[in-house]
Design a protein around this ligand. Structure first.
Ligand code: R5P
Length: 327
């Protein structure tokens, strides 16, 4: 007999977890999380998990380190509650930009996160648009990486390519990494690509744009990135594109981290509209500036992926063929 499914939410993104649970047609499992005055966190599971197929949804949002530790404790509590299998559903992966040792005496922190998540009891991980594909290889358990592309493509078709002729658009990859990671956008949308030649001289979150490679003059430029953190990349890129004669500048990014005063800075930039996913809570951050942001609900993809994992079905069916090759 197939194990019963039960889905829990950590405290990082209850809104997304609720929408996923609604789509699955089940209430979220009961749990209670406490942070004591000494900053220690306790999680108590309120439902029987014995032999069940358990999913815990917890993203990497502010306060990142608290939410990370809460996830680890959640997984551990479920493991000790005799779950049959535990899947950590991590829409935005913690420390994902620390994915390589490119300086002396630093940690590859994303690999450390993988170790911690496995040690805490996860038997599988479900995540979305990893900053780099090698993060999957940091695990010794199965990692399913969803790509938000189908939901972004649906919005582009339904809205952007209705406002303006599709052939007037150019996809602008925010750097060489984005060009590699999002190559399938151009295959699927059949649009030309330009690339921002960007480098980071230090850790100040102030990227330097050397040039735009490709033709953007008179075009509607849609910048593509995996995440927006300080907003520096998008702002610098947009200013450069405007200088180079772009007709309009828009941006699309899966993970709207929007740290510090990113929103205030972005709304002063030449970017007309910023299309983001909801892998982290974003509504409060953009309050008062809703006209400049479009938030896409990614819960349908997470819900369908959870169903596939539970049923032992392939996740490839969730993506069009050119996207399927990359997930
Ligand atoms: C960088 O490698 C990423 O793809 C993003 O461009 C970066 O994380 C964005 O960060 P920020 O908004 O701080 O420039």
């Amino acid at each position: 007999m197939k194990a019963e499914m039960i889905v829990f939410s950590g405290s990082s993104h209850p809104g997304l977890a609720e929408r996923v649970a609604q789509r699955l047609g089940k209430p979220l499992g009961k749990s209670h999380s406490v942070k004591f005055t000494n900053e220690n966190i306790m999680v108590r599971i309120g439902d029987n998990c014995r032999e069940k197929d358990v999913f815990v949804i917890q993203t990497s949002s502010t306060p990142v380190n608290d939410h990370l530790v809460e996830l680890l404790i959640f997984l551990d509590a479920i493991k000790y509650a005799s779950a049959g299998r535990v899947t950590a559903v991590i829409p935005y992966f913690p420390y994902c930009r620390s994915d390589k040792k490119d300086e002396p005496r630093i940690s590859v922190a994303a690999r450390l996160m993988a170790d911690l998540i496995q040690t805490s009891g996860a038997a599988r991980v479900l995540t979305m648009n990893l900053h780099s594909p090698q993060i999957q290889g940091f695990f010794r358990i199965p990692v399913d990486q969803l790509l938000a592309a189908p939901i972004f493509f649906e919005y582009f078709d339904r809205v952007l390519f209705k406002e303006e002729r599709k052939e007037d658009f150019v996809l602008v990859m925010s750097d060489a990494g984005a060009a590699k990671a999002f190559g399938y956008y151009s295959d699927e949308l059949k649009l030309p690509v330009a690339i921002i030649d960007k480098f980071r001289p230090d850790h100040s979150e102030k990227p330097i744009i050397r040039q735009v490679i490709g033709d953007v003059r008179g075009k509607a430029c849609l910048i593509i990135d995996d995440e927006i953190a300080s907003g520096g990349t998008l702002i610098e890129a947009a200013e450069k594109l405007a200088e180079e004669g772009a007709k309009r500048v828009l941006a699309a990014a899966v993970h709207p981290v929007l740290s510090g005063n990113a929103v205030e800075r972005l709304v002063k930039s030449p970017i007309e509209r910023i299309i983001v996913g909801d892998t982290v809570p974003v509504r409060d951050k953009i309050q008062g500036h809703e006209d400049r942001f479009e938030v896409l609900d990614l819960s349908p993809l997470f819900a369908r992926a959870i169903e596939c994992i539970h049923d032992g079905a392939s996740l490839s069916e969730l993506f069009p063929p050119s996207v399927r090759r990359r997930h």
